[in-house]
Design a protein around this ligand. Structure first.
Ligand code: ARG
Length: 569
């Protein structure tokens, strides 16, 4: 089974060959409804090559054009407009809906992919940027899986940097008697964590403030980071507690957003391998010291702007973000055989990734054929144009954010489950539906609305369709496309193209736009007709089936966007 675009493109290509032109033609859905269902604009292209009028070429092509999918073809200017055959559609649409998953897979080359998203930092609060990464990344991962790629999502925790040294030094300041800090301690460390998640919420901000004000404190935090990275028993045991407490809390947060990682790896998982990576650069004389730090040149002659060197070690001897990212990338190639890695990270980190990809390829640490993609995203801002914050200017926690959105939605329902679903769909859909690379202003009232391009509008449309089906009950008949809403039918069979496009561009917003169009088409069909009151049984059955198709496709989209639908609202 193929998409309509493929069927028509093939028919057009054959017809153009018969007319004496040796080019591949393509058909796409017609932008203007009154012109036809599908359209081919390639006669313009042929006109340039063959020095003829587009109209002449188009006329020659349609004189040969023949396919059971086509009812009629006409020409406007040089465009070939195609109207689809109803009998063909009556047979095609139900099969398409049934086989949609396979059609998509058949049109995409399968690859082993790792999606790096989430990127939460242990012991530091999740901020709105991390939420956007989680939402977009989860959807990209699901899209990759859906098109048939063997895909793993990795949270890539920030768990090996200076913030760990800072938190440990703050715990040391407050509780110097804990065994983790006793110099010659050789016994076992306590099984119970000395800190809770509540403690962690205040420990990092306190430590960070103190480090800014006090040089010695910062020095100690750096020393602790160095010692932790070089096998200090006590710090490592304490670090493990902090990690476990943090991860348990993160899992709760991510669960609420319906975000689920296949791999819970982090920077620290490269602690057994980054020394080898560093040695590789040192042994081959690729790395050199500069102001105490160990760096590698990655400049190229063709560079038009300054590309700073890649840093492997800081002047205090500790490894950093870039080191662990390089070691992680090598692991992804060697241990996971990844052919493609997609990094879903804030736009502001683009240079870091450009450097990472360069160093890995330039020194042949991963093969040239490995696809390394930075899927950057813009910031979610408040109305003041700055990253979304709490009212008092603090970092917005997920829980508080959800509560804030819920209060915006509070007039919409009295049912707490419904409110939760409305708030989360509003939040997620906002992150997903805006062009990935763009900053946007988060306005809880606007995004909670049941009208317009919002999560709640889609939730509502899906539950409405489901409730119609419940009311109609089960009925039997023959599906007849000529008795359906044509516009809605055409939108339905455009699903595969839209998923494939959102995969190619790593852009869930394409799917969101499509879902919005589908919901609009469905709602306008629904307001024009009454399935329940319809007397013509064939028509009733066809409209009923069409509604079921809408439910099927919308549910797939909800799943790809990782938004949980509701049965009733
Ligand atoms: N932890 C990082 C941050 O908060 C994001 C990690 C992104 N992924 C990566 N492989 N560097 O900025």
């Amino acid at each position: 089974m193929q998409t309509i675009s493929n069927i028509l493109s093939q028919a057009l290509t054959i017809a153009s060959k018969q007319a004496g032109y040796n080019e591949t033609l393509t058909a796409t859905p017609c932008a203007i409804e009154s012109m036809g269902d599908y359209q081919c604009v390639d006669a313009m292209k042929l006109a340039k090559i063959y020095h003829k009028k587009p109209f002449e070429i188009a006329s020659e092509i349609i004189s040969f054009l023949q396919n059971k999918a086509i009812k009629s073809a006409s020409i406007t200017g040089g465009y070939i407009n195609i109207v689809l055959d109803d009998k063909f559609l009556s047979d095609y649409v139900p099969k398409y809906i049934e086989e949609v998953d396979n059609i998509v897979k058949k049109n995409v080359e399968s690859k082993k992919i790792i999606v790096d998203y989430g990127g939460a930092n242990v012991a530091k609060p999740l901020h709105v940027g991390h939420l956007r990464s989680a939402n977009i990344g989860e959807s990209i991962k699901r899209i990759c899986k859906y098109v048939g790629c063997d895909t793993l999502g990795d949270v890539h925790l920030g768990d090996w940097g200076l913030q760990m040294g800072m938190v440990i030094s703050e715990i040391k300041r407050l509780h110097p008697d804990l065994p983790y800090f006793a110099e010659n301690y050789t016994g076992e460390y306590p099984k119970q964590s000395p800190v809770t998640i509540k403690d962690l919420e205040t420990l990092y901000p306190q430590a960070s403030k103190r480090a800014k004000e006090n040089e010695d404190y910062m020095k100690e935090a750096k020393q602790i980071t160095y010692d932790l990275q070089h096998g200090h028993r006590g710090y490592f045991a304490l670090w493990k507690h902090i990690l476990d407490v943090s991860v348990a809390d993160l899992k709760k947060n991510y669960n609420q957003l319906n975000v689920h990682f296949d791999l819970w790896l982090g920077e620290s998982d490269t602690r057994g391998s980054y020394d080898d990576v560093i040695n590789f650069f040192v042994k081959n004389n690729y790395a050199y010291e500069s102001e105490g730090a160990l760096i590698v040149d990655i400049k190229e002659d063709t560079d038009t702007k300054e590309i700073p060197p890649f840093m492997l070690k800081k002047s205090d001897g500790s490894v950093l973000y870039s080191t662990t990212d390089l070691a992680t990338l090598i692991d992804r190639y060697k241990k996971y055989n990844a052919q493609k890695v997609i990094y879903v990270v804030d736009n502001r980190q683009e240079l870091h990734f450009v450097s990472l990809f360069r160093v890995a390829k330039k020194y042949h640490l991963v093969p040239e054929s490995m696809e390394l993609t930075f899927a950057g995203f813009g910031t979610m801002n408040g109305k003041d144009g700055k990253p979304y914050k709490t009212r008092d200017g603090g970092v917005m926690k997920l829980e508080d954010l959800i509560n804030e959105v819920k209060s915006s939605a509070s007039q919409k329902s009295t049912d707490n489950d419904v409110l939760d679903a409305v708030a989360i769909s509003a939040l997620k859909f906002a992150d997903l539906s805006i062009l990935r690379t763009k900053d946007y202003v988060f306005d809880p009232d606007k995004f909670c609305s049941f009208e317009g391009k919002t999560g709640p509008y889609l939730l509502y449309t899906l539950t409405r369709a489901k409730s119609i089906i419940r009311k109609v009950g089960t009925i039997d008949g023959a599906f007849d496309a000529s008795l359906c809403d044509k516009k809605l039918l055409l939108t339905l069979i455009n699903f595969c193209n839209m998923v494939i496009e959102s995969y190619k561009q790593l852009s869930p917003n394409i799917l969101c736009d499509y879902a919005y169009t589908l919901a609009n088409d469905f709602n306008s069909f629904y307001t024009k007709t009454s399935i329940i009151g319809e007397k013509n049984l064939n028509k009733k059955y066809s409209m009923y089936k069409q509604t079921i198709f809408v439910i099927n496709i919308l549910q797939k989209i909800f799943d790809l966007l990782a938004i949980k639908p509701l049965e009733k609202m």
